[in-house]
Design a protein around this ligand. Structure first.
Ligand code: MG
Length: 263
């Protein structure tokens, strides 16, 4: 049997259509194209309760002593008050802020605080403290996540509890009443710098306040200044600092402080 030209053409068309189908099938995205299998995330045993430190945490305060802390002023042993498993700010003259002996870059931090039940004062003078995510040395303002009683206390919103001070108000206000324990869970991505001191990558903060998202990958403009426009200044690793604010209200307390280093 002889094949005529029209039949040959029809056959060729069929063959190329089939080839096209096969090609299309192999080019189609497959679920496994986007599967990543390694590296396998490290297994970490969570603590028995939500707030307890996970197995790989560095415990900065476990209720017993302030051995992980020094005076931010002169690096002498911290002199806040440890009693009944809690760490309370000392407003004694000359004591001031405390900071960790250890220095950090990127980390996850858990910290609990309690504003005194009988807190008085208003605005920024009502339960003011602060978690300085990087204490970059004397003379610097550093990078503060504000601690304040913002349960029923009006102040500038970028200075209320869980604000990145003067830069970012919290997304919501999940404050508990004075007298109740509250928590911050903070992810800090430290800024990085070039050799000449210029900024390479900015700092970012993600934070949960009492388990509620309040800062979502906020990009900082620089140090959190009381006055003026924020700017960055080169540093490598820095302690975490807690603020003894100079106002006259009753001092607040901290407990269960731990950190997980991310680099
Ligand atoms: Mg403060």
């Amino acid at each position: 049997m002889s094949i005529r030209l029209p039949q040959l053409l029809a056959l060729a068309t069929l063959v190329s259509a089939a080839a096209l189908l096969v090609a299309q099938e192999s080019a189609k995205p497959k679920p496994e194209d986007t599967e990543v299998w390694t590296p396998v995330p490290k297994i970490v045993t969570p603590g028995p309760a939500d707030a307890a430190p996970p197995s790989d945490a560095i415990v900065l305060f476990d209720g017993k002593n302030q051995d992980e802390w020094v005076s931010a002023q002169d690096q002498t042993p911290a002199q806040w008050v440890v009693a009944n498993g809690i760490l309370t700010v000392s407003k004694a003259p000359g004591v001031g802020n405390i900071e960790t002996k250890r220095k950090f870059k990127d980390y996850q931090l858990h910290i609990e605080f309690r504003i005194p039940e009988n807190i008085a004062g208003s605005g920024q003078a009502r339960g003011n403290s602060g978690v300085f995510l990087a204490s970059t040395g004397p003379g610097d303002d550093g990078y503060e996540m504000q601690v304040l009683d913002s349960y029923n206390n009006t102040t500038y919103v970028n200075g209320q509890a869980a604000s990145i001070y003067k830069q970012s108000a919290p997304l919501v206000n999940p404050n508990r009443k004075p007298g109740e324990w509250q928590s911050y869970d903070i992810v800090w991505t430290a800024p990085t710098f070039n050799d000449d001191g210029s900024l390479k990558t900015p700092a970012y903060v993600t934070a949960f306040f009492n388990g509620v998202l309040v800062q979502n990958h906020f990009q900082l403009w620089g140090q959190t200044l009381y006055v003026g426009k924020p700017f960055y200044k080169k540093y490598d690793r820095a302690p975490i600092k807690l603020q003894a604010h100079g106002d006259k209200s009753e001092p607040l307390s901290f407990r269960n402080i731990w950190v997980r280093e991310l680099n």
